[in-house]
Design a protein around this ligand. Structure first.
Ligand SMILES: Nc1ncnc2c1ncn2[C@@H]1O[C@H](COP(=O)(O)OP(=O)(O)OP(=O)(O)O)[C@@H](O)[C@H]1O
Length: 592
């Protein structure tokens, strides 16, 4: 069961701590060089811009009273030059940082994708795909700016604040203290809203994740939706999720606006105080008009970096809620992986042994119990039995898509839990009822089974499984582009392509899970010839509800009651007159 349905908020398994941020630093460190250059450029640009109030003070107090026209022109040119240089430096920096941001995205996304490819079936069983997608696509995008520009800007703003402090204290210490007077009020406001703000951002990421999961589910299930006229109901669910998202977003915005609102008012307050104290309380001899002008300009400039830092803090809080989820995914354990000192499974003959094997998807709820059987290399085995009995589970365990709960599965006497997964799976061929087709050409899709296969090998495989005829009927033959999931192809055609794909991989053990159920009887007969060739000398497990297709298997195992209820050849089982006999007779009756 999906642990996180689309309308269930995700609980973070490990809430954010500084360790997560340290991990983010790993990605940032890789961009050290461009980030240092960008930082120096920014520092230069900010330093140049800071000289403007000093120029203004000098011009107001000395150049203008002295009616020094050439001095006035000179200072105007200096002022213009500082603006131009500062703009050029800022532009170069912003280009560099765009690149750094993209490189960070690239690295995190690559790590996530690599990890997702290794995560076991169980991980995907438990989550809606949309919630996985949003982490790789949206969350990574959202954190890149904070991890690149955000860090640099934070250091810069702190330095900026320091420099402004030095400059303003150099101009007038008493008026500077008035400017600093607003700080305790600001810190108190920030402390008050900090926790609420973080929770609000977490809610936004939860709600957007839910929305995404539902979108993904709706698109995948659009056919069923239209068949059952569910459009209106689904719209209702979608609206509810959208409203939840909007409410969560509005709440974060409320906190976000609160911060600049406080800063604006504090700036106005301290500027007014400077005018008041400067003009009334202190004598004109002590404080010149130029000093008051310069100090009011510093007051605005002093509060600007504070506003910027608090905005950065907002983005940081937002990014933290995304980083938590990105790292949670990266930390997701690869439970089905090579054990330490795993051995390479040598080329196998194909003997498969289950030794007292028990398996549960969810602990405490066994699907198969104490299962033991031994299959000789080259034997063809049919797994039949009622829906939900565990046939697919048996074959999934042979490929070790899940770990057994107890007991062992051996191939040629080797415990598969101790073998390298790659060496195990490369010798297995699995064909499912729902054959997945990737976007690309038909040729690419068949080549998926063996990446270095030649065109001749691919065509030969397609011929063996009777796919060649229909492929050639397409205008572009093997080079026909198909969509993801193969929506241009019939289900039977998709299965034939996946047959060719598996044949190309030349596996020693072959698993056919309802693989021929969508192929018409005539094609199936044709295919059977190819399949017989394919099955020769290989161990095969065939799951089929249509018993006529598995009658000729060496052994038929009837899966029921958490184990194998009956086992033997068709004739033996018919003679037993047990459950297989009943099922076969019932199907025969239906066919008449
Ligand atoms: N990923 C999963 N997580 C939890 N339970 C599962 C999972 N997959 C299957 N099951 C349960 O395990 C049992 C066996 O499922 P399995 O798919 O092996 O049956 P099956 O015999 O192949 O059925 P069918 O003939 O319908 O394909 C079922 O009761 C099913 O509900």
């Amino acid at each position: 069961m999906a642990r996180n349905k689309f309308d269930i908020d995700e609980n973070l398994e490990s809430p954010f701590n500084i360790r997560h941020f340290k991990r983010a630093l790993v990605y940032i460190k890789r961009q050290k060089k461009p980030m240092i250059i960008a930082f120096v450029l920014s520092a230069l640009s900010a330093g140049i811009a800071l000289s403007a109030p000093l120029i203004i003070q000098h011009v107001v107090d000395y150049t203008i009273p002295a009616k020094d026209k050439s001095g006035l022109v000179l200072w105007s040119v200096v002022m213009l030059a500082t603006i131009i240089v500062s703009v050029i430096l800022a532009t170069i920096r912003s280009r560099m940082m765009t690149r750094v941001g993209q490189d960070i995205i690239f690295d995190i996304r690559t790590d996530l994708f690599k990890h997702l490819q290794e995560l076991p079936f169980q991980y995907y069983d438990d989550r809606p795909q949309g919630k996985i997608l949003i982490r790789v696509v949206n969350y990574v995008n959202s954190v890149s700016d904070v991890l690149s520009n955000g860090i640099i800007n934070l250091i810069l703003e702190i330095l900026n604040l320091l420099f402004i402090g030095i400059f303003m204290f150099a101009v007038d210490a008493r008026l500077s203290l008035i400017i600093l007077g607003g700080l305790p009020i600001f810190i108190a406001i920030m402390l008050l809203i900090k926790t609420k703000q973080r929770r609000a951002w977490q809610a936004v990421s939860n709600k957007s994740s839910n929305l995404n999961a539902y979108m993904q589910e709706s698109i995948s299930g659009i056919r069923v939706t239209q068949i059952f006229n569910r459009e209106q109901r689904n719209e209702g669910i979608f609206t509810r999720l959208s409203v939840n998202y909007r409410q969560a977003w509005m709440r974060t915005m409320y906190f976000n606006f609160l911060v600049p609102f406080s800063v604006d008012n504090l700036t106005t307050l301290v500027t007014t105080s400077i005018y008041f104290v400067g003009l009334l309380a202190l004598s004109p001899q002590e404080v010149t008009f130029g000093v008051i002008l310069a100090m009011s300009s510093y007051a605005a400039r002093f509060w600007q970096p504070i506003l910027n830092i608090s905005n950065l803090y907002n983005s940081f809080i937002n990014a933290v809620s995304y980083l938590e989820r990105i790292f949670e995914t990266l930390d997701e354990p690869v439970t089905v992986s090579d054990v330490p000192k795993a051995k390479e499974l040598p080329p196998i003959k194909g003997r498969v042994t289950f030794e007292d094997m028990t398996f549960a998807y969810d602990p405490g709820h066994n699907i198969l119990e104490n299962l033991s059987f031994d299959i000789k290399a080259g034997e063809s085995i049919a797994l039949v039995g009622p829906t939900g009995a565990g046939k697919t589970t048996v074959v999934n365990l042979i490929s070790r898509f899940y770990n057994v709960s107890s007991g062992k599965i051996l191939i040629d006497g080797y415990d598969i839990a101790e073998m390298k997964l790659k060496s195990l799976r490369s010798q297995m061929g699995i064909m499912l009822q729902d054959s997945f087709i990737f976007s690309g050409t038909i040729m690419d899709n068949i080549r998926y089974g063996k990446l270095d296969a030649t065109e001749e090998e691919i065509i030969a495989a397609a011929k063996t499984v009777c796919a060649d005829d229909f492929i050639r009927e397409f205008e572009n033959g093997y080079m026909t582009e198909v969509n993801e999931r193969g929506s241009k192809l019939s289900q039977g055609q998709r299965q034939l392509i996946s047959f060719a794909r598996t044949l190309l991989a030349n596996p020693r053990i072959l698993i056919l899970d309802e693989a021929t159920s969508s192929i018409d009887a005539q094609t199936e007969r044709l295919l059977q010839k190819g399949l017989n060739e394919l099955l020769k000398g290989r161990t095969s497990f065939i799951i089929a509800h249509r018993l006529s297709t598995v009658k000729n298997c060496d052994r038929i195992m009837y899966v029921a009651d958490k184990g194998i209820a009956e086992s033997g050849s068709h004739d033996e089982l018919m003679a037993q007159r047990g459950r297989y006999y009943k099922l076969y007779s019932a199907q025969k009756m239906e066919a008449i």
